[in-house]
Write a protein that binds this ligand. Structure first.
Ligand code: SF4
Length: 233
């Protein structure tokens, strides 16, 4: 039987969706990559997850945090999004400071982290080579994202991390028949989507942004606070 990471979404539909995601093998390139990733020396004692990484958190929450895809030695190792890598450390510290995460660290699926009023997932559920899924892989995985969003019945705000996840979310809106003309990515931009959740854009907390100062902790906290402000509407 497939082992699932802890803290599944509470409802039955969410659990069923997670099981389907974890079993998915639709993208041959990503299946080969996730299963063949070389174990880093510092994790040589660990069994890598090597499967699709389903979303994690409060499916009844009002905030969706959307990443691009799991990291090869992050989510693909731990089985939980934004867990066990530098992007996750940067993000979860900010979510904790803003009251959405129970603790400021995200190191393993069993570390006790819970999200409050917040669900975290990625547009593509499998780790891609070079951290970059192809357009076809985004399209293959889009059905799962649509289902997750449909399950978030209280959704009020979406925080899209990086231009690629921003595009994945606007593609979701397009599929739902929502006009997306004029919506372009820019850090800190806030879009009041007619009839839908507010969309907030942020640079992705990847090392290439955080190590260069393109995205600082304060900038990410400000983006999360923008999303929080939208929850009241
Ligand atoms: S990226 Fe998505 S669609 Fe592709 S194999 Fe992974 S879970 Fe399946």
């Amino acid at each position: 039987m497939t082992r699932l990471p802890s803290a599944e979404p509470g409802d039955r539909e969410g659990t069923r969706l997670r099981r389907r995601v974890v079993a998915c093998r639709m993208c041959p390139r990503l299946v080969a990559f996730r299963e063949g990733v070389r174990v880093r020396a510092s994790y040589s004692q660990e069994a890598y997850w090597r499967k699709p990484v389903p979303g994690f958190g409060d499916i009844d929450g009002r905030l969706l945090v959307l990443g691009i895809a799991p990291a090869a030695s992050g989510g693909n190792r731990t089985g939980r999004p934004f867990t066990g890598d530098s992007s996750g450390r940067f993000l979860v510290r900010a979510l904790h400071e803003c009251g959405f995460a129970s603790q400021p660290v995200s190191e393993s699926a069993g570390d006790g982290l819970t999200y409050e009023d917040c669900y975290v997932t990625a547009a593509v559920k499998c780790a891609p080579p070079g951290d970059r899924p192809t357009p076809e892989e985004f399209a293959n995985c889009s059905g799962y994202l649509d289902e997750e969003i449909a399950l978030m019945r209280n959704l009020k705000a979406v925080l899209a991390l990086g231009a690629l996840s921003f595009r994945a979310y606007t593609e979701h809106l397009r599929r739902a028949g929502v006009p997306v003309r004029g919506m372009s990515f820019g850090h800190g931009r806030v879009f009041n989507v007619r009839g839908g959740p507010t969309l907030v854009a942020s640079y992705h907390p990847s090392p290439r942004n955080t190590n260069t100062g393109r995205l600082t902790h304060e900038m990410l906290v400000a983006a999360v606070e923008s999303a929080r402000a939208a929850l009241k509407g």
